[in-house]
Design a protein around this ligand. Structure first.
Ligand code: GLU
Length: 430
């Protein structure tokens, strides 16, 4: 049975567009139970770099796109040279100035593209082309054709930026008497607002998305939806479900625009439906190298803090910023929160401190009851006390539910921080 391949060149990092090409090729392979080959196109000895290769492999593994075989074109130069010699013997190629040129038998070229239907190429290649450069290295089109043929690749799934190479490749298949495979040229991903995805628009390498705190399952899910749908309005799929449902005919012919809003929504969905234990594990490994404060806190406390933020997280990387006040006491009050503190409520806060001190069980229901009693006694509106208390406890105006948060922080921290607010007013003399 034929196979499907992804053929990255290690001359750069794995780009979001490359990852989507790989995903569609991988889904096709898994859906049809064909083998999936990762072919490293490292014939350009100058531009190919070990660190790019490493990053590509790690990114693919991280995304869960596994391969059955891996081949390196740099180890196959003998094969390409043999084919070039064969073409020379047959009079279909010749040597000049140290390079080998193929002479095409230029005839009409048409392909049946699995996504775009029949394509008749109006512009045909010129009569000849280099297949082995004077430094001995083969050209992309030449080794691509040899490998796709010898590795029994069918269909050839790749980005439509390669469509202009296809006529040359077809003529090479014919010259070498290879069977021409079918092709599936995928529409490209465009940047939000048009144009090609570039650095200017934001993260382009998969490893950057990883660092930004996106989940691999959310990224592949999002990439899948960029230009593909199962035919109904479902939007959340695991790789396994997607490989069962995948139908290459349902890929849109037009390019799709990347949307960070949509990716963020999907990432948040995955975080929300994750178990608390799983989210804790992901956060611990995400922050493993950074060594933030929470690595040293008791696991039980860490878990309760994560629970506070579980439904509010869009990415893993937001966690530390949002939850910093849970792991350190010396935070400053946010500038935009200061206005909340303009109104000095020392009397009310002092009363709240006294009442909270009396609590032997510090849970959210009891804390709330005490809080409401203080508000009643003081004769003020609840919000007038909620805001400064929140700023005292977190440094910010927004955050998780106040009473849940007080329960998680615990009595001692809450009392200390309320006392700190009294001191702030004293010093500022507002
Ligand atoms: N190595 C090519 C690239 O990275 C892929 C060529 C192909 O898929 O045929 O763009």
């Amino acid at each position: 049975m034929s196979k499907v391949r992804f053929a990255p060149s290690p001359t750069g990092y794995l780009h979001i567009g490359g990852a989507r090409t790989c995903l569609f090729a991988w889904l096709y392979a898994r859906h049809t139970a064909k083998g999936f080959v990762l072919r490293i196109e490292d014939t350009d000895m100058v531009r190919s770099k070990k660190e790019y290769l490493q990053e590509i492999l790690e990114s693919l593994q991280w995304l869960g796109l596994d391969w059955d075989d891996i081949e390196y074109q740099s180890e196959r130069f003998d094969i390409y040279r043999d084919y070039a010699n064969k073409l020379i013997e047959q009079g279909k190629a010749y040597k000049k100035d140290g390079a080998v040129f193929i002479k095409y038998d230029v005839q009409e070229v048409r392909i049946n593209d699995l996504i775009r239907g029949e394509i008749v190429f109006q512009e045909l290649p010129k009569q000849e082309d280099v297949i082995i450069k004077s430094d001995g290295s083969p050209t992309y089109n030449f080794c691509c054709v040899i490998d796709d043929s010898l590795m029994d690749i069918d269909p050839v799934v790749r980005g439509e930026d390669h469509i202009s190479n296809t006529p040359k490749q077809i003529l090479m298949y014919r010259a070498m008497d290879f069977k021409v495979p079918s092709f599936a040229h995928l529409p490209l991903i465009m940047a939000e607002g048009g144009g090609r995805m570039s650095k200017r628009f934001g993260a382009t390498a998969i490893s950057e998305y990883r660092k930004l705190g996106y989940l691999p399952e959310a990224i592949v899910n999002y990439l899948l939806l960029l230009g593909w749908s199962p035919g109904d309005d479902r939007e959340i799929f695991s790789l396994k479900e997607a490989s069962e449902l995948f139908d290459i005919k349902r890929i849109n012919k037009t390019s799709a625009a990347f949307s960070f809003d949509k990716l963020n929504w999907i990432n948040g969905e995955y975080i929300r439906k994750m178990s608390l234990d799983e989210l804790c594990e992901r956060l611990l490994s995400f922050y493993a190298a950074d060594n933030p404060e929470f690595h040293d806190c008791p696991m039980d406390y860490f878990k309760r803090v994560v629970e506070l933020f579980h439904v509010r997280l869009v990415t893993l990387s937001e966690f530390m910023d949002k939850s910093r006040f849970c792991f350190c006491d010396d935070f400053v009050y946010n500038n935009n929160a200061a206005e909340v503190l303009d109104n000095k409520l020392s009397k009310e806060i002092t009363l709240l401190i006294a009442r909270l001190k009396d609590l032997t069980v510090f849970d959210k229901a009891l804390v709330e009851t005490v809080f409401r009693q203080v508000v009643d006694e003081a004769g003020i509106k609840t919000k007038f006390l909620v805001h400064p208390v929140r700023v005292a406890l977190t440094g910010d105006k927004i955050g998780p539910g106040l009473f849940e948060m007080m329960e998680v922080l615990g009595k001692e921290k809450v009392l200390d921080r309320l006392t700190r607010l009294l001191k702030y007013w004293e010093v500022k003399n507002v």
